[in-house]
Design a protein around this ligand. Structure first.
Ligand code: NIG
Ligand code: FE
Length: 417
C-alpha cells in the first residue's frame, strides 16, 4: 500500500543536512515544513515537500495510493528509544515501595534486591516466557510512538542466561514480527553474579561470552555499568576494548550515582554513546565537546529513583549532541512511554520542544548507528512515521500525559494501535 499524507499543518522532518548528530544550536533544527506532504511507497519515504513540488512529483505517479488528510495534524519521524532493558521477568514493586518509605536504590541493591533480584527471576524463566513478557511491553512502546528500540541483556550474568537473553532479543526482532526494530546490546557487565569473583566474571565475559556473541552475531553493541561497587573505569576499559576487537560497538552506563572515570573511557574507546550522566561533572562535559559521542539522558530514571537530573543545558551549550531514552527496566524506570520522558526533559532538563524532538529521533538514530536509515522523514529513508492529532508540534510537550497519536507507520505499514 502507498500513502499520501497531505496538507500536514506541521511536518517535522528532523532532516539531517550536516551528516553529524545535532548539537549546540543545531539541536533545535527540526526541519519544519508548514502545510507539507509526505508520500510513502514500498516501505520508504518517497517524497517530502510543499504543495507545489508535490504537484510535480504526482504528475509521473501512476500508482494508486490512499490519501490521508493532514490538516490540523502534526507528522514526525517514529520515535527511537536508544536505551532499554526490555527483557526481564518478575516485578520489583516491593522495592519501589521500600524506596517510597526512604530506602535508596543503592541500599536496596546492597541488601540483595535490585539487579540481582531480577537476575534470579530471569534465570528461572524459559525463552518462551521471556518472549511473552516482552511482547506485551512492545505493544506499549508502539502505542506511544516508539518504532525502533535498543534492548540490553544483563539480567543473566552467566554464560547460559546472558546468551538466552540475547537470543530472546534477536527472536523478538526477527522478521519484524512485532512491527518494531530491536537492536541488541550485550550488557554482561551489568553486575557481578554472586557465585564467582569479579575477576572470574570479567574473564568469562572477555574469553567466552564476547567471542561467542560476536561469532553468532547476537549483539551489535556492548555496554558496561561503570559505577562504584559494579565495574570501575579500568575494568570497564578492559571489557569494552575486548568487545571492540570483536566488532561490538561500545556504550556505557556512566555517572549515574558516582563519577568514576567513565567519560575518559568513553573518549578513549570512541564509544557511540554515554548514557545516564546524572552526576556528570563540568570538566567531563568539556572533554566530551567535539567528540560526537552521544550523551543519552535518562530523566525517567531520575524521576523514578528521585535523584538529580542530568545537566542537559550545559551539554547542549558545550556542543555535545543529546539523545533521550526511557531506560525502561524493572528497577529504575518502569515505563515504556517515551512521551513522558519528553515531558520530564522539558520541565526538569529545561530542553526546548525542538531539542527534545531531535533527541528522540535523529540523535537517537546516531546513538544506534542507524542514522542513514531512520530518525528523519527524508527521501529514501524507512517510512517510520507518526501522525498526531494536533496542529503544532509544540503540543507534544505542552499537552502532557495524554497520548494523541492517531497513526503509527512502521516500514510503510499502517499499524493498528
Ligand atoms: O540503567 N543502572 C544500572 N542499570 C539500570 C537499572 C537496572 C535495574 O535496576 O534493574 C539502569 O538504571
Ligand atoms: Fe539502563
Amino acid at each position: 500500500m502507498s500513502y499520501l499524507i497531505k496538507d500536514i499543518t506541521n511536518l517535522v522532518t528532523c532532516r539531517n543536512l550536516t551528516g553529524i548528530p545535532k548539537k549546540g544550536k543545531g539541536q533545535s533544527d527540526i526541519g519544519l515544513i508548514k502545510n507539507g506532504n509526505v508520500f510513502i511507497d514500498n516501505g520508504k519515504i518517497e517524497f517530502t515537500g510543499n504543495s507545489l513540488s508535490l504537484k510535480k512529483f504526482l504528475k509521473n505517479k501512476n500508482i494508486s495510493y490512499e490519501i490521508i488528510d493532514g490538516k490540523n495534524k502534526t507528522v514526525m519521524p517514529g520515535f527511537i528509544d536508544s536505551h532499554t532493558h526490555l527483557v526481564f521477568a518478575g516485578s520489583r514493586s516491593d522495592e519501589y515501595e521500600m524506596r517510597i518509605k526512604g530506602s535508596s536504590y543503592e541500599e536496596i541493591a546492597k541488601a540483595g534486591g535490585g539487579i540481582s533480584s531480577t537476575v534470579k527471576n530471569v534465570r528461572k524463566e524459559s525463552k518462551d516466557v521471556l518472549i511473552k513478557l516482552a511482547e506485551k511491553r512492545l505493544k506499549n512502546f508502539i502505542k506511544y510512538g516508539t518504532t525502533t528500540l535498543e534492548a540490553k541483556s544483563g539480567y543473566g550474568l552467566d554464560f547460559k542466561n546472558e546468551i538466552k537473553m540475547l537470543e530472546v532479543i534477536n527472536e523478538l526482532n526477527e522478521k519484524n514480527k512485532y512491527n518494531i526494530d530491536i537492536l541488541p546490546t550485550f550488557l554482561g557487565a551489568h553486575s557481578v553474579p554472586k557465585e564467582i569473583t569479579k575477576n572470574e566474571y570479567i574473564d568469562l565475559i572477555c574469553y567466552q561470552l564476547i567471542p561467542y556473541i560476536a561469532k553468532n552475531k547476537l549483539a551489535k553493541f556492548q555496554d558496561v555499568f561503570c559505577e562504584k561497587n559494579y565495574f570501575d573505569a579500568k575494568e570497564t576499559e578492559r571489557i569494552l576494548s575486548t568487545g571492540a576487537k570483536f566488532g561490538l560497538i561500545p556504550k556505557l552506563h556512566s555517572d549515574q550515582f558516582n563519577s568514576i572515570g567513565g567519560v575518559d573511557v568513553a573518549i578513549k574507546l570512541n564509544a557511540i554513546s554515554i548514557d545516564h550522566l546524572e552526576v556528570l561533572k563540568s570538566n567531563d562535559i568539556k572533554k566530551l565537546k567535539n567528540t560526537n559521542i552521544i550523551a543519552t539522558l535518562l530523566p525517567g530514571a531520575s524521576y523514578f529513583l528521585d535523584v538529580p537530573y542530568q545537566p542537559a543545558r550545559e551539554l547542549i551549550n558545550n556542543n555535545v549532541p543529546v539523545a533521550l531514552a526511557t531506560d525502561f527496566n524493572p528497577g529504575s524506570c518502569m515505563t515504556e512511554n517515551l512521551q513522558i520522558i519528553m515531558s520530564l526533559a522539558s520541565l526538569k532538563l529545561k530542553m526546548s520542544a525542538e531539542e527534545i524532538i531531535n533527541a528522540v529521533t535523529i540523535n537517537a538514530a546516531y546513538a544506534l548507528f542507524m542514522q542513514n536509515k531512520i530518525g528523519s522523514i527524508e527521501k529514501g529513508k524507512q517510512a517510520d512515521v507518526l501522525i498526531f492529532d494536533f496542529p503544532s508540534y509544540k503540543d507534544l510537550i505542552y499537552h502532557f500525559a495524554v497520548n494523541q497519536i492517531e497513526n503509527v507507520f512502521k516500514k510503510g505499514k499502517k499499524l493498528k494501535i
